[in-house]
Ligand binder design. Structure first.
Ligand code: NAD
Ligand code: TYD
Length: 350
């Protein structure tokens, strides 16, 4: 029996985690707190909304009184914190909301968890979901380890780094039971089409330009979203309080190679001549401060918890493309409205 508060459960990763927990653990009560920003979409979790062990609360993690009442009314004993502003390009054009949500929001949750649990920290857990981007940018060699020094470069990654530091400060200062995980780039169904993979799938479908930043030589380590959700589940149940775990896909790709694979698979599925969508590739001005390479060493997770990624990249990409092709209504809904305004502003001067 647990009362688990998952923040950001209407977003991309959060929705996969909420579904996993609601279905797999009927004995846990799952409270999903989400502000429903442009990235939060209740359609993502429609299939579980009527389950008895699930409740949705629309709200802002920076609102102290609201968070206090959520803890009190529901006897929250576990927090899995994903709510965040998560897109690097948005953080470059509008950094302050990243500081508010990612830094103040995390501090607010920590503070309420501490107040609520101060008399008995047993069987409590504050699990913080973070990113490998806090470690900065690698050259062509080397990996990020759990003890790699922090060196964030974007407003997004520095706000996540700040939140990680706050989580560890509450552990050392107040003995709050915490775990932090830092994961590499995720991909899969329900990802908002502003991130590379869903944006490019959508643009290939609609014969729109594929804006490759710089020369397309930047490297990311891609992990299927359900593998990330499984890692979080495993760490919550088998991880050690106070520890940090790196989660990664052992799956490094330059953007341009990934884009060629994406084009091949999508052209095949659309019945187009394979490779014909390469003509959509458009090299545009590089992202400011664009990190060259991220690569996670996830040996600790494998040795201590027994977790390994389950999907080969081509299989995961294929499932992802199928999902977007089967869910064109979802795609059209999110591409219209507020997302469109951002998209036009974002690419206007490139
Ligand atoms: P996302 O942008 O898809 O979803 C974020 C969710 O948080 C949305 O549902 C949004 O409505 C909600 N939210 C935003 N501000 C809020 C607020 N003030 N109060 C309550 N809810 C709020 O993000 P994602 O890609 O699912 O990422 C989830 C978490 O995982 C983030 O903390 C991110 O830093 C981390 N992460 C993401 C990746 C990745 O590749 N996407 C990789 C590693 C770590
Ligand atoms: P993104 O999905 O935004 O994730 P992150 O920046 O957090 O790693 O971008 C992945 C890579 O793709 C990154 O190197 C930037 C690049 N990129 C493009 O070349 N064009 C685009 O339109 C986008 C959104 C990203």
């Amino acid at each position: 029996m647990k009362n688990i508060l998952i923040t950001g459960g209407a977003g991309f990763i959060g929705s996969h985690l909420v579904r996993r927990f609601v279905n797999k653990y009927p004995q846990y009560n799952i409270y999903n707190l989400d502000i429903l920003s442009y990235a939060g979409n209740l359609e993502n979790i429609k299939d579980i909304e009527d389950k008895e062990n699930y409740s949705f609360i629309k709200g802002d993690i920076t609102e102290l009184d609201l968070i206090r009442s959520v803890f009190q009314e529901n006897q929250i004993d576990t927090v899995v914190h994903l709510a965040a502003e998560s897109h690097v390009d948005r953080s470059i054009s509008d950094p302050l909301i990243f500081i508010k949500t990612n830094v103040l929001g995390t501090a607010t949750l920590l503070q309420v968890a501490k107040e609520s649990w101060k008399d008995d920290m047993n069987d409590k857990l504050f699990y913080h979901v973070s990113t490998d981007e806090v470690f900065g940018s690698l050259g062509h060699e080397g990996y990020f380890y759990e003890d790699t020094n922090y060196d964030p470069r974007s407003p997004y990654s520095s706000s996540k780094a700040s939140s990680d530091h706050l989580v560890r400060a509450w552990y050392h200062t107040y003995k709050l039971p915490i775990i932090v995980s830092n994961c590499s780039n995720n991909y899969g169904p329900n990802q908002f089409p502003e991130k590379l993979i869903p944006l490019f799938i959508n643009n290939i479908i609609n014969n729109k330009p594929l804006p490759v930043y710089g020369k397309g030589i930047n490297v990311r380590d891609w992990l299927y979203v359900e593998d990330h959700a499984r890692a979080i589940d495993d760490i919550i149940h088998k991880g050690k309080v106070g520890e940090t775990y790196n989660i990664g896909g052992h799956n490094e790709w330059t953007n341009i190679d990934l884009i060629h694979l994406l084009i091949k698979l999508t052209d095949q599925k659309l019945g187009r001549e394979v490779g014909s969508s390469k003509s959509l590739i458009t090299f545009v001005t590089d992202r400011a401060g664009h990190d060259l390479r991220y690569a996670i060493d996830a040996t600790k997770l494998k040795n201590d918890i027994g977790w390994m990624p389950s999907l080969q990249f081509e299989e995961g990409l294929s499932k992802t493309i199928d999902w977007y092709l089967d869910n064109t209504e979802w795609l059209e809904n999110v591409v219209s409205g507020r997302y469109r305004e951002f998209y036009e502003k974002q690419y206007a001067n490139r």
